[in-house]
Design a binder for this molecule. Structure first.
Ligand code: ATP
Length: 357
């Protein structure tokens, strides 16, 4: 029986509540199948790390993650950190940069019993994660933003063929396992050189996957298409900022941002992280929806299962996924989904299902 070492980074706001729920659910599923075990390694990140180590992402956390099979990342409230930390990359930006987690994969799927304002949807957004218009990660050193005078700011976008190639390959590989359709989203009509490079590189990569149908849309048109006919899309590949925006939109369209999972991967590291933020407005009230974080962990298990050719992990992933779906379909829901269950009640309902499945 294989044992997997998984880092656990609670983070800020609702982070400790939803990450704790995730660990509890995965532990129950592993015990139920007895085919794989998890060794949880709690590592400092966020406000607690600032208080103890004067750093929201201490060196010791990064070093420990080098030796983990993957990790579960809570959200952080970096905008609220003291001024001396504002010049640094926030913890997720730093981890994405440090481990070169170039693919941010965000599935959007309707769930039985949850109202979707966009009708049926089952799509996956592949967001390039290392460059584009994000000044915290698109430079080797320093930041990609400058202020020439107090009234003039310049923000740079960085687009490379290498980054477009690897995210496109990741998207096409996924499409081959799904409905064999990739949509490239860009704004090459205006950002002609940079987004033109992205678009053309994706089209070149497409030639390696002749079975996959390819189309492309400008990002503004894509926002409208997602609302009107989300069901027509399978895999979407896009640049960093467009992927960030479209995935929040799509997540909310099919229910709640609190349900939207995501995983960040390189070729050998995987970080599960819900698409939403730390939700400080509801932190500590035991009302947060843990589904986004739990399903992110499911994605991590699937990614590890493929890497290690371990069916046991896929089995645990399916057990957790089914338990979440059945719990929601039965009407047990947190407040953001119109229910009354607290985070812990909802978590216990899932654990109960896992034990009974
Ligand atoms: P960030 O910039 O870190 O992504 P944000 O400020 O854009 O964060 P969130 O923290 O994601 O936004 O919160 C947006 C809204 O969604 C808030 O009203 C928050 O309470 C709600 N929300 C986010 N996550 C959840 C969740 N898991 N359960 C319930 N509500 C949530």
């Amino acid at each position: 029986m294989a044992a997997y070492k998984i880092g656990v980074l609670y983070g800020d706001g609702i982070g400790p509540e939803i990450v704790r729920a995730t660990v509890e659910v995965l532990t129950a599923a592993a015990e139920r199948t007895a085919d794989a075990t998890f060794e949880w390694l709690e590592l400092p990140m966020g406000w607690t790390a600032i208080e103890k180590y004067q750093d929201p992402l201490p060196e010791r956390t990064k070093q420990a993650l080098e030796h983990c099979h993957g990790w579960i990342m809570g959200p952080h409230d970096a905008a609220a950190y003291p001024a001396e930390y504002q010049h640094k990359r926030n913890p997720s930006g730093e981890l994405r940069h440090y481990f070169d987690l170039y693919a941010n994969i965000r599935p959007i799927k309707t769930m039985e019993g949850i109202k979707s304002v966009a009708g049926e949807a089952d799509l996956v957004i592949f967001r390039e994660n290392t460059e584009g218009f994000y000044p915290d990660r698109n430079m080797y050193t320093g930041t990609g933003e400058f202020m020439i005078t107090p009234d003039v700011a310049i923000s740079t976008g960085v687009f490379t063929k290498k980054a477009a190639e690897r995210i496109a390959h990741a998207a096409f590989r996924m499409a081959m396992k799904r409905r064999k359709k990739v949509t490239i989203v860009h704004k090459a009509n205006v950002i002609k050189l940079a987004n033109g490079l992205f678009l053309n590189t994706c089209r070149e990569v497409a030639k390696h996957y002749p079975e996959v149908a390819v189309d492309d849309y400008h990002v503004d048109a894509m926002a409208a298409h997602l609302v009107r006919r989300a069901k027509d899309f399978d895999v979407i590949v896009t640049t960093n900022m467009f992927g960030d925006i479209l995935s929040d939109l799509a997540g909310e369209l099919v229910g709640s941002l609190g349900m939207a999972p995501s995983i960040n991967t390189s070729d050998d590291k995987g970080m599960a992280q819900a698409a939403h933020g730390s939700a400080p407005d509801i932190a500590g009230q035991n009302i947060a929806n843990p589904i986004g974080e739990i399903l992110s962990a499911v994605m991590l298990l699937d990614w590890l299962a493929e890497r290690h050719a371990d069916q046991a992990l896929s089995g645990i992933a399916r057990l957790v996924e089914t338990a979440v779906q059945k719990t929601v379909a039965e009407g047990v829901r947190t407040r953001d989904l119109g229910g009354t269950a607290s985070t812990t009640e909802f978590t216990q309902a899932i654990v109960g299902r896992i034990k009974g499945l």
